[in-house]
Design a protein around this ligand. Structure first.
Ligand SMILES: [Zn+2]
Length: 184
């Protein structure tokens, strides 16, 4: 599993470098989609279980994101659909993918798309760098002494979530995947 995550991180960096989006925090994810030739639209889906979709039936190909979702959720959805486009739609067998809100019951493609989206929005090296910078933050050290690891990890996640333009839960999962915090 570790090897897989490593290669997803590499592929995400490859994509960022290809279009000149490395070292940008928060990442301008819609601009990246546009640079890849994808249009991004807000949509009112008929089925309220739909979080987003990507379609190559449109010309140019298009990403649709749920208009009602909050900003960080929408950013993650764009990254997730970019991942499908980049990893799973290279032949014409898959003209369209529609994503639903769901629990932990993921296919390999969904797992990959989520990992890739996280790697795009939260570059591994940058997460580690920012995490270690926060370890030297006097206020956070005080909080850690007063309230313990759990509150400390929550505060770190909150600060980094705003730095990367992601939700706090997405940030916690990424920190956990990278072995920096214990709980999600
Ligand atoms: Zn998906």
């Amino acid at each position: 599993m570790k090897g897989e995550i490593f290669s997803i991180d590499n592929k995400a960096e490859e994509l960022l470098n290809k279009y000149g989006f490395e070292n940008q925090y928060p990442l301008k994810i819609v601009s990246l989609a546009n640079a890849m030739g994808l249009k991004v639209y807000y949509a009112e889906f008929n089925d309220s279980n739909i979080v987003g979709a990507i379609s190559k039936k449109d010309n140019p190909p298009a990403i649709y994101i749920n208009y009602h979702d909050n900003h960080t959720r929408q950013r993650f959805t764009v990254a997730h659909e970019i991942a499908h486009f980049y990893l799973h739609m290279n032949n014409d067998d898959v003209p369209e993918i529609i994503d639903m809100y769901r629990g932990g019951d993921y296919s390999k493609e969904e797992y990959e798309a989520n990992m890739f989206a996280a790697a795009l929005l939260m570059n591994a090296d940058e997460v580690k760098k920012q995490y270690h910078l926060l370890e030297e933050d006097i206020d956070l050290i005080k909080e850690k002494k007063l309230f313990g690891d759990r509150i400390y990890e929550e505060l770190i996640s909150k600060r980094l979530a705003s730095y990367f333009g992601v939700s706090r839960i997405a940030m916690r999962m990424r920190l956990n995947t990278l072995g920096l915090i214990r709980s999600v």
